[in-house]
Design a protein around this ligand. Structure first.
Ligand SMILES: *[C@@H]1O[C@H](CO)[C@@H](O)[C@H](O)[C@H]1NC(C)=O
Ligand SMILES: *[C@@H]1O[C@H](CO)[C@@H](O)[C@H](O)[C@H]1NC(C)=O
Ligand SMILES: *[C@@H]1O[C@H](CO)[C@@H](O)[C@H](O)[C@H]1NC(C)=O
Ligand SMILES: *[C@@H]1O[C@H](CO)[C@@H](O)[C@H](O)[C@H]1NC(C)=O
Ligand SMILES: *[C@@H]1O[C@H](CO)[C@@H](O)[C@H](O)[C@H]1NC(C)=O
Ligand SMILES: *[C@@H]1O[C@H](CO)[C@@H](O)[C@H](O)[C@H]1NC(C)=O
Ligand SMILES: *[C@@H]1O[C@H](CO)[C@@H](O)[C@H](O)[C@H]1NC(C)=O
Ligand SMILES: *[C@@H]1O[C@H](CO)[C@@H](O)[C@H](O)[C@H]1NC(C)=O
Ligand SMILES: *[C@@H]1O[C@H](CO)[C@@H](O)[C@H](O)[C@H]1NC(C)=O
Length: 454
């Protein structure tokens, strides 16, 4: 391997992460302190060719292998200059910054043999789409610390159209890959770049802590099947802010494992803060909870979101056999536009990984607050369809004004749910006006109610 030369000019741009642990209200208020990376190399120094045709997997792997030796010297940056850099999947390393210059595009190969097959995640027990293994993601992190993926609006383009066709025609042999996946990692920052055309998910942190995602754009075409933007999965201390995401399926989906596998693994998604996001989802939900939630989802704060042109805006999904819980969720200051269903909570959504699930593992859904919301051109305001054996409780609605379009026949649908509402228009079903629940809601609805849960 050629001896790389440090790109001194880039020093100011490449940084190492430290999350300031001091107490504050919501993960996004924790300051990220970025220390400069003392070393930088360009992918060109490893023989990469940015012509969109040459496969650069070995160049990325060799560059990362070389940069491993800087881990105990403050880490290093891998600089990707303008060009179209075709690659199969590769791994990152700790104390690394992957920097995509303006005009730099990392292109995912459309040849499945360039994507390794890996074991399913233990909290899922199998691939999500097919039993057995799954394709490894394009960019991977396993048991890493202090990793930054950033740039001057460079792009990671999964060229997912082939995967969407294989999915739709049932010709996949394994579950589709994602663009970026971190497993069992901490102190991760993804910022200032664009993600396009993911085969399935764009960013999938699973079993991770301290994940910050700032100022990214994520796009896949409306018809791309089950493409999802960001999926925090069995992860904690996550911030997603200033992002614009437009997807075929869900824009952001919080998950935590599937039925008996997720229950056994038992790692929740907790302490997630999402703010100042623009989300669009053609056939799913702008913001989804579940349906895989068997490890539990709690202490989630969402504020200042614009949710538009979507099938649903906010959806809670679960089913019997799933176990787990979704609780202590506060969603406020939303602006909804052109959405079929503003709020959904569905207690029989999704399928099971196999027939070994426990049908008596009932999920719990409670302490959900939705407040300060305006919606225009909405067909269904809310559909809360709970589970008879485990009704949804303490659903707290406040200061919501939804303008329903003429396509609507019913604005609210409720069963096996109880909750409390104040200043909600149109008037919700009586199940959501139960003054018996008001005491638990009132503490959640107070201006400082969030400190009660976060
Ligand atoms: C990538 O990391 C995985 C562990 O997640 C490992 O099994 C695999 O061998 C690594 N691949 C390369 C090329 O280093
Ligand atoms: C967001 O990222 C773009 C490049 O993608 C950059 O031009 C812009 O300044 C960034 N904004 C912030 C607030 O970081
Ligand atoms: C970033 O790049 C994408 C795709 O190349 C482009 O659509 C978008 O306008 C760019 N954003 C900024 C802030 O330059
Ligand atoms: C699935 O496997 C079959 C048989 O090996 C192969 O012909 C086909 O190309 C594979 N499909 C994909 C999408 O890799
Ligand atoms: C993102 O871009 C903005 C504007 O150029 C810059 O201030 C910020 O430091 C960048 N973020 C990271 C993590 O590089
Ligand atoms: C209302 O929203 C629907 C999508 O739910 C959209 O098709 C329609 O064009 C919107 N109407 C107006 C007047 O924007
Ligand atoms: C009600 O919500 C709107 C935004 O939808 C907000 O502007 C207003 O301040 C809220 N009112 C109260 C009393 O919180
Ligand atoms: C409400 O959700 C249930 C369960 O998904 C569904 O069967 C029903 O059609 C929905 N109702 C409306 C009006 O959307
Ligand atoms: C409220 O609680 C009282 C006493 O626990 C009960 O009798 C009543 O039916 C409840 N009302 C509703 C609407 O659930």
């Amino acid at each position: 391997m050629k001896m790389p030369v440090a790109l001194l000019l880039l020093l100011a741009l490449c940084n190492a992460i430290k999350v300031n642990g001091e107490e504050s209200n919501g993960q996004c208020n924790h300051k990220l302190m970025l220390d400069p990376r003392p070393h930088s190399v360009s992918i060109l120094e490893f023989g990469a060719v940015g012509d969109g045709k040459t496969l650069n997997t070995i160049a990325f792997q060799n560059a990362i292998f070389y940069l491993k030796s800087f881990a105990d010297k403050g880490g290093a940056q891998l600089y990707v200059p303008p060009g179209r850099w075709l690659t199969g999947s590769f791994n990152l390393t700790s104390h690394l910054t992957l920097f995509l210059e303006k005009g730099a595009v990392i292109l995912g190969s459309q040849d499945p043999s360039h994507w390794d097959i890996v074991e399913p995640l233990p909290s899922y027990g199998r691939g999500i789409e097919l039993p057995g293994g799954r394709y490894r993601s394009l960019v991977n992190g396993y048991m890493l610390r202090d990793v930054v993926i950033t740039g001057d609006n460079g792009t990671i383009d999964g060229q997912g159209s082939v995967w969407w066709e294989w999915f739709t025609s049932h010709s996949l042999n394994y579950s589709r890959p994602h663009l970026v996946e971190f497993v069992s990692s901490e102190d991760i920052l993804v910022s200032n770049i664009t993600f396009l055309n993911a085969p399935a998910y764009n960013i999938h942190p699973v079993y991770c802590s301290n994940v910050h995602i700032h100022n990214i754009s994520v796009y896949a075409p409306p018809a791309s099947p089950y493409t999802v933007g960001i999926v925090p999965d069995s992860s904690d201390n996550v911030c997603i802010e200033d992002c614009s995401i437009s997807m075929g399926h869900d824009a952001i989906a919080l998950k935590s494992g599937w039925d008996e596998y997720g229950i056994t693994y038992g790692r929740p998604t907790t302490n997630v803060h999402i703010r100042r996001v623009d989300l669009q989802s053609s056939s799913g939900s702008s913001l989804a909870f579940g349906s895989e939630m068997s490890g539990g989802i709690s202490d989630i704060q969402v504020e200042q979101a614009h949710l538009y042109n979507s099938l649903s805006a906010i959806e809670f999904r679960t089913t019997r056999g799933r176990g787990g819980y979704i609780e202590d969720i506060i969603i406020s200051d939303l602006d909804l536009l052109n959405v079929h269903m503003a709020f959904g909570a569905i207690g029989h959504y999704g399928s099971h990984p196999d027939d070994k699930y426990d049908p008596d593992a009932f999920p719990v859904l409670q302490k959900i607050t939705l407040k300060n919301i305006i919606g225009a051109n909405i067909t269904v305001a809310g559909n809360f369809t709970g589970i008879e054996e485990s009704p949804f409780t303490s659903i707290c609605l406040s200061n919501i004004s939804i303008s329903i379009n003429s396509a609507s026949s019913t604005s609210w649908v409720c069963s096996y749910v109880s909750g409390f509402s104040e200043s909600v228009f149109p008037k919700p079903c009586p199940d959501l006006e139960n003054s018996n629940t008001s005491s638990s809601c009132i503490s959640l609805l107070q201006p400082n109610g969030r400190s009660a849960v976060l």
